[in-house]
Design a protein around this ligand. Sequence first.
Ligand code: FPP
Ligand code: MG
Length: 309
Amino acid sequence: MVKTDELPAPKGEAAVFNLKTYLAEQKQLVEEALERSLPLAYPEKIYEAMRYSLLAGGKRLRPILCLSTCTLMGGTVAMAMPTACALEMIHTMSLIHDDLPAMDNDDYRRGKLTNHKVYGEDVAILAGDGLLAYAFEYVATETKNVPPQRIVQVVARLGRAVSAAGLVGGQVVDLECEGNSEVSLDTLNYIHTHKTGALLETCVVSGAILAGAESSDLEKLSRYAQNIGLAFQIVDDILDITATQEQLGKTAGKDLVAKKATYPSLWGLESSKVQAKQLIEAANAELADYGKKAEPLRAIANFIMNRDR
Ligand code: FPP
Ligand code: MG
């Protein structure tokens, strides 16, 4: 088991940063922490359903972003790990609900059957609710060696990110626009800055808050996050067209079938790639003041651009 204090600390100027190793190590830490975060208990059925989706793998980019910004701002992995786990709980619950028949009606997620396909709709709804509530409890009770004011700020940010001003609002507009391929760029941007961007921004900013970052740093990191958030969604839309179900672990080609407005449907594939690349460059420009220490965040931004799943 990799211990948190054995994490790859930002290395000296000469050391070459290896993203693959970094991501693999951070992902393993996150997997272990998630496994410990939610033990099986009575009533087993609901805990099994929550664990089924929470421990189904995935890139774990959200928790890794939170850990990386916390260490960039001088904090430790241990300070951010409960929040990192909570972010993954929230992300997972949003996917469980997104896949329900009342929403996107999807059968596969992270290479496995969706939660409601295994446990039924009733339990899947409750598993999502259970994960959402537990995420807040987990941050409040498990965050150690961090001043309480910072924890309260993180809890408030999490609440806002999932609210009607964040994920829920983005999802509602997304559902409203279903079947309408004439959606404007402003509406498309609204959907994605809320549905995906708000939580990604919270991952980055909450890691920095836990470390006690200054507001000027929070602003830079927030702009970094907004840029990678939008790039993430553009790449998602591109992959929905170009990747296979095996690669994605979920149904591919759904946007075209659902006649969904996407960035490629507005701009075409090539221009979408150019836009995503520009957003990644803008994101990385926000990290200029941090030099080599920001190598993980820079590499994660590049990874978002170049990922194939
Ligand atoms: C996937 O989008 C879905 C989301 C990113 C979030 C959806 C949000 C909700 C269901 C609201 C959840 C409720 C709370 C309280 C947070 P997608 O359908 O475009 O992508 P996919 O192909 O991965 O399904
Ligand atoms: Mg969906």
